[in-house]
Ligand binder design. Structure first.
Ligand SMILES: NC(=O)c1ccc[n+]([C@@H]2O[C@H](COP(=O)([O-])OP(=O)(O)OC[C@H]3O[C@@H](n4cnc5c(N)ncnc54)[C@H](OP(=O)(O)O)[C@@H]3O)[C@@H](O)[C@H]2O)c1
Length: 321
């Protein structure tokens, strides 16, 4: 079968579409014939060899697929031919994958591959980031071009959030998040500091900060967190983690936590996806969709994600040509 493999870390040209051995399905695994694989920002870090110190080569990137069950797990709920989505521990850019059965979920016929893939990691992350949200709470979130942010804004609105403010790197992305339901956007670059712009634009401090950029962005956002407020960190896209003093935590009574989708939450992956698919079916949750490219053009897909042009969910078509 074909897969896209990285044999040396580097720019998108290192993504090579090659013949690889079939995956082996053991206990607790479901073999999926992949129709489409999602491309995520983290895949770019894997390709550069910068994903949380993971440096083993060769590596097949990809953490999410949609396809049909080819070999069912005898202990699992699925049958051969079922249409499913899966959250993987890697190896997703391939024509077949062996997925952990506990992270396989059914996909209704009315949900397209691209929408399903936008929900697997981005949607489930957005859902989990809002797990503690109470109606009326004011949110400050970074990454106006992020697929997670786009879904989070819509979910937060439905859950009765108060004012939603988004930090944006461009006017165009700012306009997009306002269309999705954000109340205001603050530009990350421009005259003066983000810290001052946030202080100028926010009338009151916020209850919840949600960040995936890190560095000075999170530092500036924390300045706007009210005493006793919460901050959730789920990425470091800017490449520099933020240093937060324990003195500041103590003095402000802040609760700062991290979110990692792979860790268990209050609902299972299947339960979260079922809710997200239903919201999508009823038109209440609309991911921003980007290009669909053949598996062999994974390099182009990575260039689109890395360019930060706000292209939306990028997907690889893995069906045989
Ligand atoms: N913890 C978890 O379980 C989990 C789950 C999903 C995603 N994530 C992380 O969450 C982040 C967003 O994921 P996504 O799927 O929404 O990605 P996405 O749609 O590809 O968007 C990428 C985001 O990263 C921002 N970004 C990229 N390079 C940057 C830089 N050098 N400085 C500042 N911002 C930069 C982009 O900024 P613009 O807004 O300017 O375009 C955009 O907001 C990624 O870091 C990803 O790894 C973590």
């Amino acid at each position: 079968m074909l897969a896209v493999r990285v044999d040396e870390f580097g720019d998108p040209s290192v993504l090579a579409c090659v013949e690889v051995p079939e995956p082996v399905v053991g206990p607790g695994r479901t073999l999926i014939e992949v129709d489409s694989a999602g491309v995520n920002f983290g895949d770019v870090l894997v390709r550069w060899g910068e994903y949380f110190g993971r440096r083993a080569l060769p590596v097949v990137p990809g953490w999410e697929v949609v396809g049909t069950v080819a070999t069912a797990d005898p202990e699992g709920p699925f049958r051969v031919g079922d249409r499913v989505a899966a959250l993987l521990d890697g190896n997703g850019y391939a024509q077949r994958v062996a997925a952990p059965t506990e992270d396989v979920a059914p996909v209704p016929g009315h949900i397209s591959d691209q929408v399903a893939l936008a929900m697997v990691i981005q949607g489930a992350t957005a859902w989990r980031l809002l797990e503690t949200l109470s109606p009326g709470e004011r949110i400050l979130v970074s990454g106006a071009g992020s697929g997670v942010t786009h879904l989070l804004i819509q979910l937060a609105r439905q859950r009765g959030a108060g004012e939603i403010t988004v930090v944006s790197s461009s006017e165009e992305k700012a306009a997009h998040v306002l269309r999705l339901g954000a109340d205001q956007a603050v530009l990350s670059d421009g005259d003066g500091s983000l810290r001052d712009r946030l202080a100028d634009q926010l009338e009151r401090k916020v209850d919840l900060v949600i960040d995936m950029v890190g560095g000075e962005t999170l530092e500036a956002m924390l300045r706007q967190l009210r005493p006793g407020g919460r901050a959730v960190v789920y990425g470091v896209a800017g490449g520099t983690p933020t240093k937060i003093s324990t003195g500041a935590l103590l003095k402000n009574g802040w609760n700062v936590s991290g979110l990692w989708l792979g860790h268990p939450g209050s609902l299972s992956f299947q339960e979260i996806l079922a809710e997200l698919f239903e919201l999508s079916r009823s038109g209440r949750l609309n991911p921003t969709l980007g290009p669909v490219l053949p598996l062999a053009r994974a390099g182009e897909a990575h260039r689109a994600v890395e360019a930060r042009t706000g292209v939306g969910k990028v997907v690889l078509d893995c069906r045989p040509a």
